[in-house]
Design a protein around this ligand. Structure first.
Ligand SMILES: NC(=O)c1ccc[n+]([C@@H]2O[C@H](COP(=O)([O-])OP(=O)(O)OC[C@H]3O[C@@H](n4cnc5c(N)ncnc54)[C@H](O)[C@@H]3O)[C@@H](O)[C@H]2O)c1
Length: 307
């Protein structure tokens, strides 16, 4: 297949690796021409890291399948599937989808990487709105395979299915979101956990490190290979319904204290920031991000070997 990457920033360039690793031909474009050149350099580095971790077999072939384009017209020419990854601004999504719908061949799928904006917010008036949808990744998608697929009410069911097939074909793990909602599912789950974490620190029940240990050395250990429903299915003698009936009152009673919709206060933001900076000084953030990526690669290699 011919894949077009529209926007070659952090997410666009990572998508280029995913599709080229899957054997597709990938063309990249960006409004800033220097971003395409920058992406090509970063892709080479990321691919070398993936090879070092034993996660890809043919780095030379992978890189040879990726090329840059100078114009939006060029990148869309002959594209079967477009992955748009421009900044998270509604007006920008509206503008680029109108242009892509006017320029791309009529059978081309137009997918957006947006983290939170439903497709109906920027495709409603387009003649080709039936071919538009969301394919929301987690960064970097070549290490974190889940991708949320969410159409607008007018997205053609075959476009949703073809996008699912494209994603599965390149080794991603698609999840279908049946109805549009802000933030889709992943960021709503992350948001619910973060809201409670901020609240617990703000009210003095725990500090940042204690909270992180609770997830890192507790809940998170299971979460890298099973979700919360499978977790509770295994945590009561007779499975999920048994668990839900045993603990229904407890969780319901706790939930009455989890209803605040206030924004995070500056006080709690500063409290958490200062606790984090004690553990990790600002000048070590980059080194720690690189460490995180190496750990993710090791985990991806482990999961691949355990499949
Ligand atoms: N960063 C993440 O962790 C993450 C994860 C999942 C989804 N997303 C989504 O992916 C999308 C892209 O995010 P990102 O982090 O890659 O952003 P980014 O800022 O790294 O990249 C955006 C790119 O778009 C280009 N651009 C800006 N304005 C443009 C225009 N008018 N025309 C053409 N090109 C233009 C920029 O030059 C830049 O290269 C967003 O919708 C975001 O919500 C991000």
């Amino acid at each position: 297949m011919n894949i077009a990457i529209v926007g070659s920033g952090l997410v666009g360039q990572a998508w280029a690796i995913v599709f080229a690793r899957g054997g597709h031909h990938v063309k990249m474009w960006d409004g800033d021409p220097s971003a395409v050149a920058g992406a090509a350099t970063l892709i080479k580095k990321q691919v070398a890291d993936l090879q070092a971790a034993g996660l890809i077999d043919d780095p030379v072939g992978l890189i040879a399948r990726i090329s840059g384009c100078a114009t939006l017209e060029d990148v869309l020419l002959g594209a079967d599937y477009v992955q748009e990854s421009l900044p998270e601004r509604l007006e920008m999504k509206k503008e680029i989808f109108a242009k892509m719908d006017a320029l791309a061949p009529s059978a081309t799928i137009l997918a957006s990487s947006t983290s939170s904006i439903p497709a109906s917010a920027f495709t409603e008036g387009l003649p080709g709105r039936a071919r538009c949808l969301i394919a929301h990744p987690v960064n970097p998608p070549y290490l974190v395979p889940v991708v949320e697929i969410c159409g607008a009410p007018w997205t053609d069911a075959q476009v949703v299915q073809r996008t699912w097939d494209v994603m599965e074909g390149v080794g991603q793990k698609p999840v279908k979101i049946h109805r549009e909602l802000k933030g889709f599912v992943l960021n709503r789950l992350q948001g619910a956990l973060l809201r409670e974490a901020f609240r617990l620190v703000e009210q003095g029940y725990v500090d940042a490190e204690g909270l992180d240990v609770t997830v890192r050395e507790g809940l998170g250990l299971r979460w890298s290979f099973m979700g919360p429903f499978e977790t509770i299915d295994l945590n009561a003698p007779d499975g999920l319904a048994d668990y839900a009936r045993r603990f229904n009152d407890m969780y319901q009673s706790i939930s009455t204290e989890q209803t605040s919709t206030e924004p995070w206060s500056e006080a709690v933001i500063e409290k958490l920031e200062s606790q984090r900076r004690t553990v990790l000084p600002k000048d070590q953030l980059l080194a720690r991000r690189l460490w995180r990526d190496r750990r993710l690669m090791a985990l991806a290699a482990h999961k691949k070997s355990a499949e």
